[in-house]
Design a protein around this ligand. Sequence first.
Ligand code: B3K
Ligand code: ZN
Length: 882
Amino acid sequence: MRTDSGRIMHLADYRRTDFVLERVDLTFELDPTATKCTSRMLLHRREGSPADAPLVLDGDELKMTGLLYDGMPMEAERYTEEDDQLTIRDLPESGSFEITVDTEINPEANTKLMGLYRTGGVYCTQCEAEGFRRITYFYDRPDVLCVYTVNIIADKESCPLLLSNGNFLGGAGYGEGKHFAAWFDPHPKPSYLFALVAGDLGVVEDTFTTMSGREVALKIYVEHGKEPRATYAMDALKRSMKWDEEVFGREYDLDIFMIVAVSDFNMGAMENKGLNVFNDKYVLADPETATDADYANIEAIIAHEYFHNWTGNRITCRDWFQLCLKEGLTVYRDHEFSADQRSRAVKRVAEVRHLKSEQFPEDAGPLAHPVRPTKYREINNFYTTTVYEKGSEVTRMIATLLGRDLFKKGMDLYFDRHDGEAATVEDFVKCFEDASDRDLGQFSLWYHQAGTPLVTASAAYDQAKGTFTLSLEQMIPPTPGQTAKEPMHIPLRFGLLLADGSEAVPTAVEGIEITEDVLHLTERKQTAVFSGIASRPVLSLNRGFSAPINLHFKQSPADLAHIARHDRDLFARWQAVGDLALPHLVEAARKARVGEDITVDPLLGETLLLLAADESLEAAFRAQALNLPSEADVARELGSNNDPDAIRKGRETITQAIARQGAAIFAKLFDRHRVEGGFTPDATSAGRRALRNAALSYLAAAEGNPQRAAASFAHADNMTDLSAALTVLAHRFPDAPETAAALETFRTRFADNALVIDKWFSIQATIPGEGALQRIQTLMESPLFNAANPNRVRSLVGTFAFSNPTGFNRADGAGYRFLADQILAIDPRNPQLAARILTSMRSWRALEELRADHARNALRSISSNDKLSPDVSDIVERMLNG
Ligand code: B3K
Ligand code: ZN
């Protein structure tokens, strides 16, 4: 039976189920190709539901082998199985009854990796969003919560380990070489949080004592032999548990917390109650094979999934439209965690870089949608950077508006009021309104209006009057399905910097509400007058990126340089460098396009180098300051008619100029930031490595030969330095013999380590220029390429399409045609993966005409295929028509 549809789900259509599910007992008899699942559900009709309403359960590609009513076979005329639904009629008006559904599942054949599947000999499940219905007929929706008992029967030898959610009840032999285990999860949960894992895995064990003194067993399961690579993840887990107690007052609530790492997974990880399943990329790390970025990701994702235990699991979503309620909030929590564990400013820079490079393009293109959408066709396509990252920014803005104490009060109220419930965004916002007595009605538009607001600012200083006047105007661009927008409540953190670096304190402000250092822009146009300002200040606006907006504020290069040097907000200093650089990069791209000479204002290099050389700043921050806005940033700033080759050429010219200007400084940075002693993944050492490798990259540009990078590659004793050197070699000197030799050394040294080989593919997939496509096609022929492994496909095809602007957007359109072929090849096997990779074309309308034509044709060639999955079909149609 095929799933979907083309059916569109609307928020406005939400209604509760006609029956209440009291509990479910699941029994699995595992077999690679014929697993038996028996589901016994205890139900009763909901008070007020029509007496003749049938029970309608969801299914997807199911083979039902039995159906019982109160233990007796169900009469054929009482049920129908069609359109992925099981409909049962003539059910009692009152009192509980039991429905038993038997299904047979083929985990081996489940290449969609949704529901129950096998990876590396291990049985595992992925149920969010709608995978449970691929296991059995069920109320597979987040507002149906109940307690689960799970019995697992499996071959003892191949599956010594039998895991599910909750606490372990017991186990025993089962005859014929089999054994069984029983688990009970006392916390009512929706089906998307169900998990089962069975197989033969190694384990790292530890314990955590909670704030009320309960001891929790912690276990991380990995492939045998990989246990030592899971110790960092364990450390991150314990720190997350502690942090959530200290900062949010949240305690863990079961006797055991388990993480299982698998190598075939459609996403990063999954927060199943008490039994998280992870892509092994976000568990396994050691200095030889993981970069500092890998360590930081592991820490963040372990924390994220753990934090879901409260924001997502204890309080879940009423329906999938509310996805940001758990995802945006949990991203905010993991961001705060990482900021506390590392450097807050550096973390904020990384977050904003990510937001601008991923979410802003989504919000500006055909796939734009509100943080809280009102309709969807395929829910898996709404696990987007808008729901996650913009959702997190909206939560951050609530914290900014309310201040630390009231935000905490609102969070506590949310946990108290909605524990054990399936809540909505309105429920969440109400808690902050009640806690603060503030009206968040206008603010809530952030959930409902898509598109990145554009704030235009202009300022004037009147020496005679001692006033500083700031005019602000906001505009929210039209997005698919939303043409007219209301003005929003935009909190802008600010400061008025004086010539000596101190800050002006106005005696009065008129025309705008200010709380502490936050300006509240609430109208379409607003003018603020600050009095008592004795000398001309430099305005530092949107400090800390307090609002996720595009800001157009023409500040002179001298003012930006002043902010870059003096702002007390480190983030603002970084932002000022970017703001200084961006117009240069834009201008350079324009000139490159028409063949004009590109000149570079030395102030840019001076400012950048001043920060880079400032020993009083942390190394990680200095590395970020050296990292010029990306080609994608320039494309976004240009907005339309983009020529990726010209953008690259312009950026490259500026990079070269800075590299030459700062050659001596870079050489010093490179020599002085070698990290001595053994590798540790702490933020300080990571920062030193980042700064040193940033210097290496500029030095390679200045020197124009691969020697230094080749030497760095040869001497590297950790993956961060090794992969950084290899990237410089491959990207800057793709044809040098040194590069070929390094790639070969890397491949042979790590041939057995899939996660490292993914890096080998990614580094080559991002080599810029026309030749990229040919290289990708050759790499796909490599015996190391594996089309069945999502990480591998993402590392080559995904990375090429998302992160190689000149290679992918080749002027002849061959990159798009290649991608279209790949999407059609991946889709039948794994629709979610195909749909995700296809979103790499979300900015196609912003390309110059010829490329845009090629892109449109490629999209049409996908769309004209009549066997598309709903996942790909949803994306391609929105991309063409949105
Ligand atoms: N909640 C999961 C994502 C599920 C994606 C389903 N297509 C992981 C996370 O955000 O924590
Ligand atoms: Zn999440």
